[in-house]
Design a protein around this ligand. Structure first.
Ligand code: HEC
Length: 248
């Protein structure tokens, strides 16, 4: 092999994956055209607007700065790349009270409010694409704690939750402050033990992070053209089915 061939081969071996994995996705996803609902397939018309609520941008920075993405993904994989829809309540809720099965794959619009799509490096902990949903609909149901408090307590001391005594999620206690208080603790104080005369309160960073986590509800209904694995419509209830059956 001549040096020329070697140099050419090396350049090609770098250029091809770089173009395919960096340049092409960058330009194809930089500005995504809006997707419209289809009257026949979706039963409604108009443009799909992904819903985002709360302070997302600041919280995304705290999430990145603390390396949450090292252990948590935010990517419900497409079925051809390993099905995530079967994992209970990661991709949405399996049995949402109002909407039934809301599970779906991730798409480019899910990350639009953020500078970077933090799809994650490893999956040591559960996927967080729909953590806001899970906390609100499942984790706080019995305890009666507010979703914010559930997340603050998890960040403060993951193993403090009696249901998760062996959690390996790190404690982010440095995102909280021990505030000197005379009299009663403020409403945002955590129900945890604190030294005499102090209360544990979330810092501005913890508040932004929890807002961000609660905003993660990436299971809104998509246009059928974007959703290759739509949830099956719920079975009609037996009473409704009986009423619909021909009489006589
Ligand atoms: C060293 C890896 C690691 C890092 C870093 C990490 N986590 Fe975790 N996390 C886990 C593991 C493992 C679990 C599962 C155990 C549990 O439920 O506590 C978990 C669970 C969670 C849960 C509960 C999810 C659920 O549905 O039950 C939340 C919320 C969470 N982590 C948030 C965070 C946030 C926010 C950060 C960054 C500030 C973070 N984690 C950083 C490993 C990690």
């Amino acid at each position: 092999m001549s040096f020329r061939q070697f140099a050419f081969g090396l350049t090609f071996a770098f250029l091809l994956p770089w173009t395919a994995l960096v340049i092409y996705p960058f330009f194809s996803m930089r500005s995504v055209a809006p997707v419209a609902f289809d009257e026949i397939a979706d039963g409604k018309t108009g443009i799909y607007h992904p819903k985002t609520t709360g302070r997302v941008a600041n919280g995304a920075q705290v999430y990145a700065a603390n390396g949450c993405y090292l252990c948590h993904t935010q990517l419900i994989r497409p079925t051809y790349a390993g099905n995530d829809l079967g994992r209970p309540d990661w991709a949405g809720l399996k049995a949402d009270e109002a909407r039934g099965d809301t599970r779906r794959e991730s798409n480019v619009f899910d990350y639009q409010a953020e500078k970077f799509a933090q799809i994650g490096v490893n999956r040591l902990g559960p996927d967080l694409s729909n953590i806001g949903r899970r906390v609100e609909a499942l984790y706080t149901k019995e305890s009666g704690a507010s979703p914010e408090t559930w997340l603050y307590l998890h960040l403060y001391n993951p193993r403090g939750n009696p249901e998760r005594p062996t959690s390996t999620c790190p404690s982010y206690r440095f995102l909280f402050e021990e505030k000197k208080i005379t009299g009663q603790c403020p409403t945002e104080a955590l129900p945890v033990e604190a030294p005499e005369g102090t209360c544990v309160v979330p810092s501005a960073e913890a508040e932004a992070l929890v807002d961000y986590l609660l905003a993660m509800k990436r299971d809104d209904a998509l246009p059928a053209s974007m959703n290759p694995a739509p949830a099956k419509p719920a079975e009609p209830a037996p009473a409704a089915a009986a009423a619909a059956a021909p009489q006589g």
